[in-house]
Design a binder for this molecule. Structure first.
Ligand code: GRF
Length: 295
C-alpha cells in the first residue's frame, strides 16, 4: 500500500521505485559515515554543540551523496528533480516567477471532477484553474464555474469544429494544459496541434477496452457489467485525433463487485477519478517532461 502510494506520488514503476529506495538507503548510510569522519576535524567536544553541527553537516552532505549514488544506479534524473523540488520547498532554490501553470477544464456534465480539481488547486501557488469550457446549456459544471468565480466559456459546434476552435481565447488566457473532464466532443486537430501532448482526458474504464465513440457515462459501466468483467477502473491519457486513443499516463483498477449496478460501479469509479486526476495534473504540470508551449 505504502509502496503503491510512493509509485503514484513519484510516477515510477515498481522496479524504478526499488532503485530509488536503494539509492536513498546507500546515500543515507554514506552520509552518516562521512559525517562521522568529518566531525573530528571540527574539534567540537561539547555534546550540546556536537549534535546541531552534526545535523548541519549531514544536511549539507546528503544531497551530494544521494546524487552521487544515483549515477551508477541510473537514477540521476529522478534525484535531480527530487532535490530541486525539495530545495524549492525549503526555500533554498527560488521558485521561478510566473511559474504558475494555467489549466482550462473542458466539461459538459455534472462537473464533479472539475469541482474536485478546482478544490485541489485552490490553495496552490503553482497551478490555477483559469477557465472552464462547456458545450452544454444547463450542465452542472456551469454553476461550479460561477460559484468558484472561474471564467466560463460556452462553446458552440460550428466555431469549435469549423472555425478557430476557440484557440484565441485559450491563448489569450495563457492556457498551459487542457483537461477534459466529461467532455464528449472530439477535440479538433487545430487544438491538438496547438497543444501537443498538452491535452489530457479521463475515461471511466480500463482502455483500450470500453473506449471509443458511444462509450461514455453509464454506457461504459453497463458494458463492463454485461461483459462480466472482474475489474474496471480509470484511464488518464493524452488526447489525440481519435476518441480515447492517446498514450496512457495512468490506470487505476478497482474490482467489480457481485450485485453491482451501473450506478454503484459509477460511484466507485468516480471516487477513483477524484482521488487521482488532480494528482496526475499536478505532477504533469510540475514535471520537466511537460514543456510548456510557447505563448
Ligand atoms: C467521468 O466519469 C469521466 O471519466 C468521464 O466523464 C465523467 C464526468 O463526470 N470522461 P463528472 O461530470 O466530472 O462528474
Amino acid at each position: 500500500m505504502m509502496f503503491e502510494r510512493l509509485q503514484k506520488k513519484w510516477r515510477v514503476g515498481p522496479l524504478r521505485l526499488l532503485f530509488v529506495l536503494i539509492t536513498f538507503a546507500i546515500g543515507g548510510s554514506l552520509t552518516g559515515l562521512l559525517g562521522r569522519m568529518i566531525m573530528p576535524f571540527t574539534g567540537i567536544d561539547s555534546p550540546w554543540l556536537y549534535v546541531p553541527v552534526y545535523i548541519l553537516v549531514v544536511t549539507i552532505i546528503w544531497p551530494a551523496m544521494v546524487l552521487l549514488v544515483s549515477i551508477p544506479l541510473g537514477q540521476f534524473n529522478f534525484f535531480r528533480g527530487y532535490l530541486r523540488m525539495l530545495g524549492k520547498r525549503v526555500g533554498v532554490i527560488r521558485k521561478k516567477k510566473n511559474a504558475i501553470r494555467r489549466i482550462a477544464i473542458f466539461a459538459s456534465g455534472a462537473g464533479s471532477n472539475a469541482a474536485r480539481i478546482i478544490e485541489y488547486f485552490s490553495q496552490s501557488e503553482e497551478v490555477s484553474v483559469a477557465m472552464i469550457c462547456c458545450n452544454k446549456e444547463g450542465a452542472g459544471v456551469i454553476n461550479i464555474a460561477k460559484d468558484n468565480d472561474i471564467l466560463l466559456l460556452m462553446i458552440e459546434k460550428e466555431r469549435f469544429f469549423r472555425g478557430d476552435a476557440y484557440l484565441p481565447e485559450l491563448q489569450k488566457n495563457n492556457i498551459d494544459l487542457i483537461v477534459l473532464a466529461g467532455f464528449l466532443w472530439k477535440i479538433p486537430e487545430k487544438l491538438i496541434h496547438a497543444f501537443p501532448r498538452h491535452i489530457i482526458n479521463i475515461h471511466p474504464a480500463l482502455l483500450p477496452k470500453f473506449g471509443g465513440k458511444g462509450f461514455y457515462g453509464v454506457h461504459v459501466h453497463k458494458a463492463v457489467l454485461e461483459q462480466g468483467e472482474a475489474e474496471s477502473g480509470i484511464t488518464i491519457h493524452y488526447v489525440d485525433e481519435e476518441y480515447d486513443n492517446g498514450d496512457i499516463i495512468l490506470q487505476v483498477r478497482c474490482p467489480v463487485q457481485p450485485g453491482d449496478t451501473p450506478e454503484t460501479l459509477a460511484e466507485r469509479i468516480h471516487q477513483l477519478e477524484h482521488a487521482n486526476y488532480p494528482v496526475v495534473i499536478g505532477n504533469l504540470l510540475m514535471s520537466d517532461n511537460l514543456r510548456i508551449p510557447k505563448r
